[in-house]
Design a protein around this ligand. Structure first.
Ligand code: AMP
Length: 177
């Protein structure tokens, strides 16, 4: 078995043209996570980057953010906070709307999900324009959390996602293309 490095990890992500609509090249991580060595290597890259950062909570974005966020929270010894699409969380929520290429979308978090001053790492599978992660950061900041960084399995470096994060929020990605 070949040793997993960043290049062959990237090659595990399947490109699906024209999904979910014409012109979009969908980066399909199911082909990475079904490979046990690749999945473990991806989680280890996240873990090595954040193991000394004293993260209190990993905040994972629905739904593919959960795939990376949950094992990372476990490895870091941090709590797991979930950020969801509207109408899914059962208790009192706060909401943040954000712009898409066409129209808007929104995310919600439980109002009491994070205590004031806690250090939070936002996790999602992929950084494209940054709108989704920026909305997640704003939600956490409304809760009084300190959002230290947003972390992704894959960053699309042709898009300005990094520049669209709120001021003071860093970006880290395991892989980029
Ligand atoms: P954005 O808000 O533009 O940074 O988009 C990031 C969110 O949309 C993430 O939750 C991704 O799962 C999803 N996403 C956006 N573009 C793609 C793509 N090309 N392939 C796979 N997922 C994508």
């Amino acid at each position: 078995m070949d040793k997993i490095n960043n290049n062959n990890l990237l090659a595990k992500i399947r490109d699906v043209p024209d999904f979910p609509k014409p012109g979009i090249m969908f980066k399909d991580i199911t082909t990475l996570i079904r490979d046990k060595e690749a999945f473990a290597a991806a989680i280890d890259l996240f873990y090595q980057a954040f193991k000394d950062k004293k993260i209190d909570y990993v905040a994972a974005i629905e739904s593919r953010g959960y795939i990376f966020g949950a094992p990372l929270a476990y490895k870091l010894g941090a709590g797991l906070v979930i950020i969801r699409k509207p109408g899914k969380l059962p208790a009192e929520t706060i909401r943040e709307d954000y712009a898409l290429e066409y129209g808007t979308d929104a995310l919600e978090i439980h109002k009491d999900a994070v205590e004031v001053g806690k250090k939070v790492l936002v996790v999602d599978d992929l950084l494209a324009t940054g709108g989704t992660a920026a909305a997640a950061c704003r939600l956490l900041q409304k809760c009084g959390a300190e959002v230290s960084c947003c972390a992704f399995c894959l960053e699309l470096s042709s898009l300005p996602g990094r520049q669209n994060m709120p001021e003071g929020v860093n970006v880290w990605s395991a892989l980029s293309c």
